[in-house]
Write a protein that binds this ligand. Structure first.
Ligand SMILES: [Cu+2]
Length: 214
């Protein structure tokens, strides 16, 4: 193959320009933000937030409020029985990597963590309280007719020497009605109550809306 000087004089600048514009486009293009699933009072949404917490896109996954899915039996049980609260701090329970996804405006936040029961007895987590939010409810991600939705739980057991992960794909604590000015980087205190056993106080890291892990 032979290139004349004239051809080279034409192609070299063209290739250089193409290379520079490709680099420029790659540098300035919008970063690809991940879809995250959020739990709201009206149902589950898929959203994209940028690093500043600006909403870029949103769509409903299911419009079924989680409180409607609370099993009837446990609902009446919850109304009739006031759980006995023991204010003993448990040292055979570990709650690690606790973080909260803070969402803008009045959207509820969600808390995630790793729970370890280091005792030889089953533990039942039956309440979570915090001064930072008026309400804290356990939710489970469930699939109904192929649709992701949330169900409220009023208790969950952790086997003897077992562990349980509250993660974006399994469970979370839905935190509603913020009682204080909270921003990413802060830590909020959560109290975990275990039936007939005691409690655990945990400091949870507040993360921005687009975060997916601790
Ligand atoms: Cu939820």
């Amino acid at each position: 193959m032979k290139f004349s000087v004239k051809t080279l004089k034409f192609f070299i600048p063209v290739l250089l320009m193409a290379g520079i514009s490709w680099l420029a486009v790659d540098h300035f293009k919008e970063p690809d933000y991940e879809w995250i699933e959020i739990c709201t009072a009206e149902g589950v949404k898929r959203v994209k937030y940028d690093d500043q917490g600006n909403l870029l896109a949103e769509e409903w996954i299911s419009q079924i409020p989680a409180h409607l899915l609370l099993v009837e039996e446990s609902q009446s049980e919850a109304q009739n029985q006031v759980p006995e609260i023991k204010l003993i701090e448990l040292d055979h329970v570990e709650v690690d990597r606790c973080w909260v996804r803070l969402l803008p405006g009045h959207l509820p936040a969600a808390a995630y963590f790793e729970l370890k029961n280091n005792s030889g007895k089953e533990l039942v987590l039956n309440a979570i309280k915090t001064r930072s939010y008026a309400s804290a409810i356990m939710h489970e991600n469930v699939s109904r007719q192929g649709m992701t939705t949330m169900e409220s739980l009023d208790k969950i057991s952790i086997a003897a020497n077992g562990s349980l992960s509250f993660s974006v794909n399994t469970y979370h604590i839905m935190l509603e009605n913020k009682q204080a000015d909270i921003k990413p980087g802060d830590f909020i205190s959560l109290q975990f109550y275990f039936q007939d056993a005691g409690m655990k106080t945990v400091q949870c890291k507040v993360n921005p809306p687009n975060s997916l892990s601790y």
